[in-house]
Design a protein around this ligand. Structure first.
Ligand code: FES
Ligand code: FES
Length: 156
């Protein structure tokens, strides 16, 4: 099945079997391995990417559904010169990660969260990140990172 879309600002054209998952395509065809696969059943959020401005679980979407879409993976979040996105910088600063397995998905979900809920309270942030599971951090520093970016945006 032919499909054309954008990933991290670059045009992608492929001819894939119709049952190809977006997560598989991103990792195995595009070699963008920052998108992780944990459960493959839309539970853990490790495979989260942003498609057309919304965070989605790429293990639960077919490449064929991406026709014309604009997709951002964790590799596309920093600036071309390597400057981290504010959410990446805040996760680093606040120690919002340990093993890192959940981190790319968590950061992309957090970006989506503040884009659509810029005034989210702490409990709302926790609820909105429910689809992303972290086995390491206890979430404290993840929430702190999100609140740090939230405060920066308010101060700007
Ligand atoms: S690998 Fe997609 S949600 Fe777990
Ligand atoms: S940092 Fe290890 S799973 Fe989140």
């Amino acid at each position: 099945m032919p499909v054309e879309f954008k990933v991290n600002g670059k045009d992608v054209a492929a001819d894939v079997p119709p049952n190809t998952l977006l997560s598989t395509f991103i990792r195995e065809n595009l070699r963008l391995t920052g998108t992780h696969r944990g459960c493959d059943t839309a539970q853990c959020g490790a495979c989260t990417v942003i498609a057309n401005g919304r965070a989605i679980k790429s293990c639960n979407v077919l490449v064929a559904q991406m026709q014309g879409a604009d997709v951002t993976t964790i590799e596309g979040l920093a600036k071309p010169d390597g400057t981290l996105h504010p959410m990446q910088a805040a996760f680093k600063e606040c120690h919002g990660l340990q093993c890192g397995f959940c981190t790319s998905g968590m950061i992309l979900s957090a970006v989506d969260l503040l884009q659509h809920h810029p005034k989210a309270t702490e409990s709302e942030i926790r609820a909105l990140l429910e689809g992303n599971i972290c086995r390491c951090t206890g979430y404290q520093n993840i929430v702190k990172a999100v609140q740090t970016v939230q405060k920066q945006a308010t101060a700007a």
